[in-house]
Design a protein around this ligand. Sequence first.
Ligand code: ADP
Length: 182
Amino acid sequence: MEIKINNTKIILKIGDITEEDTQAIVNAANSTLMGGGGVDGAIHRKGGSAILEECKKIRKEKYTDGLPTGEAVITTGGNLKANYVIHTVGPICSGSFKEREEKLLYNAYYNSLRLAKEKGIKSISFPSISTGAYRCPVDKAAKTAFKAVIDFIKNENYIEEIRFVLFTQDVYERYKEAFNEI
Ligand code: ADP
């Protein structure tokens, strides 16, 4: 499904984010930036070693203690269709979603979009950050994601297309419900 807010199209779909042809895709990374499981592993596998090389450089030059939760950095997309991967770190919820987790997840989405704008990126795909291994509740995470995206559109009005690429039917349905409550 799809809606338009100002000049930005927001699309919800089921799919594998590594197949998306937006200019950038977002990785739900961990603070090491060295790859991991879930969507992170899939992006590094398909994108190839150029992504990890740039991540290592970022760790060495800017984030020696790791990328803080809620922040974002950008690398090449390597062998992916997308030109860029924006790596962000969502909060670890372990089932509990309070103000702190909400703020950090909001920042992860908002800072990814801000970085995209800085790079002149006009189309971007997001996975469902923090709702896999990091166990944030999907309904609350979805609402927070939409809140960040809509705030960004209203404040910045720059990006033309934002896709949420959801891996399973179940997650897609829950995003759709949250979307309909906007
Ligand atoms: P986190 O550690 O931030 O929770 P995960 O990768 O464990 O990140 O999970 C985040 C979401 O990404 C989950 O809904 C998971 O099903 C989904 N996911 C896993 N692989 C892919 C993929 N290739 N494309 C899109 N979403 C994916």
